[in-house]
Design a binder for this molecule. Structure first.
Ligand SMILES: Cc1ncc(COP(=O)(O)O)c(C=O)c1O
Length: 388
């Protein structure tokens, strides 16, 4: 399962974070309980109530310097996608470019909103060795244009991609930015897994390298803290009053606002950690790394010499296996029923029937290393008995 490690939940001290935030409110409102209650309990400003805290944290931990006015506190990444798509895609010809396979939360959002997309395969923009060739996008965008499709946006989850696990190098990010600039395409950068790197350091986001004001930056507290908060954030591509007003208008008329009660928990958490949550994330990341290692060691010993191709991921929650055969829902059910292991066929992350990549996404985030090891052995047994 691609869910966060549930052991983290027990470590979250919600009451304490609320108290920490309440202490700052006591100061801010000179202990006036009526004003404090108003701040916590009424319909809050649509844009959010903890934007200043998030701004401070992002500048320390992610080297992103956004004014609080350019940040929206959202109901998860999911709402951030909604806001951007509704704001940017106005005409029938306006499209978002999706590099498939792609996180289905984004794909589904595009469909549900009835917005148009153009899709390319990850194979169209990378070479045999997996290095990205974003230069190829220029010709593809021109081809879409000749079909009456105007590519206005591109969605990418560049660090420890779900489901492909790739991490764009600094130069690949720079090329993507340059190509998008050249073609008048804005970028939605989904940073959900960027803090969960196992080797080296956190890389630079595309956003932090963007001189053109192209990048909408979308992030989530679902993995750093827990998904039930339903809290994420959107940083505008540029500090622009008209964009801000329009997105505010959309949020006002869709979700109205994001729970102020949940926002106070997150603000208290950020204050508690002095606006750098590195001390909190480090042990969580190290545990994910142990789980990754447990899975990788079994795959190495069991699949060595097989035609299945894969790379140990450098971060995130998943391993991607490239298969020389297709895999169906029937195979998945067979594996669940007979080996008690579940996985995601990568075809579930594509909308282009017939042009999907044959592959499997395995998740190591949820279970402890011993179970991961056992499950991976069973999974390899399934592959061998059914396909190899
Ligand atoms: C790439 C990616 N973005 C976003 C999310 C979810 O974000 P949120 O819970 O903030 O909507 C996920 C969850 O699996 C994900 O894989």
């Amino acid at each position: 399962m691609g869910r966060p490690n549930p052991e983290v939940y027990a470590l979250l001290d919600f009451e304490h974070y609320r108290q920490v935030y309440k202490n700052t409110l006591d100061e801010m409102f000179s202990h006036n309980q009526k004003d404090i209650n108003e701040h916590l309990c009424t319909y809050g400003p649509s844009q959010g109530v903890i934007n200043g805290h998030v701004s401070r944290w992002l500048s320390i931990d992610e080297n992103i310097h956004a004014a609080e006015n350019d940040i929206f506190i959202t109901n998860g990444c999911q709402e951030a996608y909604n806001l951007i798509l509704l704001h940017e895609l106005r005409e029938e010809s306006d499209c978002v470019l999706i590099i498939e396979p792609t996180y289905f939360g984004f794909n589904d959002c595009v469909s549900v909103l009835g917005k148009s997309s153009v899709t390319v395969s990850v194979n169209d923009v990378s070479d045999e060795a997996g290095a990205f060739q974003f230069e190829n996008l220029t010709a593809l965008i021109a081809e879409f244009k000749s079909q009456g499709k105007n590519t206005r946006l591109l969605y990418i989850n560049p660090d420890f991609n779900n489901p492909m696990t790739y991490r764009l190098s600094e130069s690949e990010k720079a090329t993507l930015l340059a190509v998008c600039h050249q073609n008048g395409v804005k970028i939605i950068e989904d940073s959900t897994y960027s803090g969960f790197y196992f080797d080296g350091e956190r890389g630079h986001s595309i956003k932090s390298q963007d001189p053109h004001g192209l990048v909408y930056y979308v992030g989530s507290f679902s993995k750093v803290m827990c998904p039930s908060l339903r809290l994420g954030y959107l940083i505008l591509n540029q500090s622009d009053a008209a964009t801000r007003a329009d997105i505010l208008h959309i949020k006002d008329h869709t979700s109205l606002s994001t729970s102020a009660l949940n926002q106070q928990i997150v603000a208290g958490f950020l204050i508690h950690y002095g606006y750098s949550v590195e001390a909190w994330v480090r042990p969580i990341r190290e545990e994910y790394q142990r789980r990754r290692n447990a899975m990788v060691e079994v795959l190495q010993s069991e699949l060595d010499g097989s035609p299945i191709k894969w790379q140990p991921p450098q971060g995130g929650f998943f391993v991607f296996l490239k298969l020389p055969f297709s895999i169906t829902s029937k195979d998945l059910i067979h594996c669940v029923e007979n080996y008690q292991v579940t996985f995601m066929p990568v075809s579930y992350f594509s909308r282009r029937e017939g042009k999907v990549i044959n592959g499997i996404r395995l998740a190591f985030s949820y279970y402890e290393p011993e179970i991961i090891e056992q499950g991976t052995r069973e999974f390899c047994k399934f592959l061998k008995e059914r396909f190899l």
